[in-house]
Design a protein. Sequence first.
Lengths: 362, 327
Amino acid sequence: MNRCSILNEDGSIEEEYSELLPDEDLIKILKLIIYNRVFDNRMLLLQRQGRLGFYLTSTGEEAVTIGSAYPLSDEDPIFISYRELGALLWRGVPPAMILNQLIGNEHDAIKGRQMPVHYSFKDYAIPSVSSPVGTQLSHACGAAYAYQLQNKGLITMAFFGEGTASTGEFHSGLNFSGTLNAPVVFILRNNGYSISTPESKQSNCKDLSQRAQAYGIDGTQVDGNDLFAVIHSVNQAVDKARNGDGPSLIEMQTYRQGAHSSSDEPSKYRANTEEEAWKKVDCLVRLKRHAIWKGIWNEDESKAYEKEADDSITHLIHNSSAYLPPAVATIFDDVYEVIPNALLQQKEEYLLYLKNKEVRNG
Amino acid sequence: MAELEEMNMIQALNQAFHLYFEKNDQAIILGEDVGTFGGVFRVSQGLQEKYGESRVIDTPLNEGGIVGTAVGMALGGLRPVAEMQFSDFSFPAFDQIINEVGKYRYRSGGQYHLPMVIRMPFGGGIRGGHYHSQSPEAFYCHCPGLRIVVPSGPYEAKGLLLAALESEDPVIFLEPKRVYRSVKASVPIDYYTLPLQTSQIVQQGTDITLVSYGAMLQEAKQAARLAEQNGISVELIDLMSLLPCDYESIEHSVKKTGKLIVVHEAPRTCGFAAEIIAEIQERAFDYLEAPPVRLTGFDTPYPYTLEDHYPPSTDRIMMTIEKTFSY
């Protein structure tokens, strides 16, 4: 299968793609990629300082995350995995809300219930993330089917990595989507590694997009560091889903430039030369080259925007760090619609214990 | 007085589905063979003819996919019912049930919730060997966020199923397949619900509290009746809902009788009987006049040829009642 690629090495694109991305959106995305990177760096630093429990960067994969979310409507749910900060930023989730989740403070939308990056923002149609990978694929299928059945005009998108493509959940999600003709777009973010395990050990298959054929759905392989190729391919899949013509699988080939998580050390399993080679085809490098070729951006603007992003994130960190943790009593909320008696008893006993402890300790 | 009709549990469940689908456009059912065939036990019979293939869905053979897709349907505004053909086959969906279904409301900070029912025929007695006979309730009761509901007869089945379908919490609905067709009862033909989280006293008594649920209620009832003839007054409680559990009613009864026997078909170790007894000992230790007893299936897989020996029989329940009574 031919891999979809649009951006030329010199930053130019062919005339037929000139309408794909208006300049205004191009600059907006370019800035979001810069913002994404600055945010990642600052969060990693916070983690190193012991102020965040955990963090996962998405540096290098922003063309995939932002470019895939770009063709969606704001109401189309995006079932993210844990490396899709760009999709949240494009959707318009305020960075302060993202940071509040990472810290798990009293303003966290999910009340400090999950580890950092396990986001959920219902107002932005971002359902909840879980750590066991792949479960969101059949959720995206079911939700897409529900919208189609109710004629709501919405579709869904699911992100996952190439490691997840080895799970049974991948099979379940794609096979059910095929049989139900569910309007869902599956974005396989192939970044080369599942923690330390390289793609080559996940599967003997050299083109994961081919798996779509086995489910009777369309599959495409895309240069995931080429924003134009990402948008072009997702546009087609979104139109198809919106028209009732079923699901698609798009394999976005990219590279995880950072570690798997703040607990990982990539030098133990991959060569520096490999990392350097991928940096040369990095999505931001290529997008900037294109914008400069177009005459709508220059390196000074990059520097200035980086500084602007950094300053605004400093401000956010200052604000969000001042908030308190969620109230202890909230531990017992949201297990059921109404708290059952036995759980209410546990809650009351524990709150009484805390109160007495305070009295005991003066 | 509402009109009553004699029916078995399959008919009662089927009638509940027809009533629910009729009044709720969001109702949808999916599972293996639930559509054209009406389910291997015929619980969903006639639904596809009436409501079409898009709402009564024959799925691929994949329990994790069935539950996961149902989760998505609930997120998308429907009220799905996922059928596991046998509870023994629910384990491929264990991750979806434990990590997704049970935790979605909590982990999203209450932004999302899953009004969905996962139905599973469970328990032995149909010559099904150990892959068509297990009682998995203890696994699911260990997962906060789920409701575990077990009807014992046709009347309970219809009212509890309709309540489960109306619930905003996800419900694991365990159907005792041994009594699917073997027990008939008078069931109102109209729509009605029974409360979740409440037990019912099947027979009042003063000497011993006997607690059970599901198919074992049949043996427990017979034993309670025989005991009565022998001068032992048994108070029989049908739990109906295991999670959350109506401990208050058991506590109230045990404070009256001073003696407690819990009967279930599932293996003993870490079974639900242990949970009830632990809870009651904490609540009513001073009232106990004899050691509370677990009368359960053995800590073995469910046997095939010798399956009749596995679940507690009326005779064994009877003997346990007598022994505890004369302690």
